[in-house]
Design a binder for this molecule. Sequence first.
Ligand code: FES
Ligand code: FES
Length: 182
Amino acid sequence: MNVSMTVNNTSYERDVEPRTLLVDFLRDDLGLTGTNIGCDTSQCGACTVHIDGAAVKSCTVLAAQADGASITTIEGLSINGELHPMQRAFTEKHGLQCGFCTPGMIMTAVKLVESYPEPTEEQIRHGLEGNLCRCTGYQNIVQAVDEGARLTEAHSPFESTPAEHQITLREAERRAWERSRT
Ligand code: FES
Ligand code: FES
């Protein structure tokens, strides 16, 4: 089947198997391998991307369900070669070790601070519950998100409109259904 979507501000149209997961489409068809597959069972959050402004685990969505959507992956976060403040914060606060979970963490964190521009530690830890890290013990990740919130506020080009920080598969399906009707 044919699907078309905008990914990182570029339009793509491809033929895919109906069963193709969005994460596989992004990695295999578009070569955007920054989005990782950690579990394939919607547990780890390594595959998190933004779909129409919401953080979604892309292993829970079929490419067909994202037909017509606007998607941002970790590769699309920077502007004119400048890292997104949340990316900088993860670097500066050492919010990673092996880095495998990091793209998903950052994609979730970006949406988290849109909902909570000055998040408490509790809000950060709660907001990251869907993202697992096997290396860091989370402390530096929490500090990185806190710093990322501060830096995001200070850098207006990266300021974004309020949005949900993570939506459910059911909500992603509802939106896909609505798009298919227009
Ligand atoms: S690969 Fe999608 S949640 Fe783990
Ligand atoms: S830094 Fe290795 S899994 Fe998180």
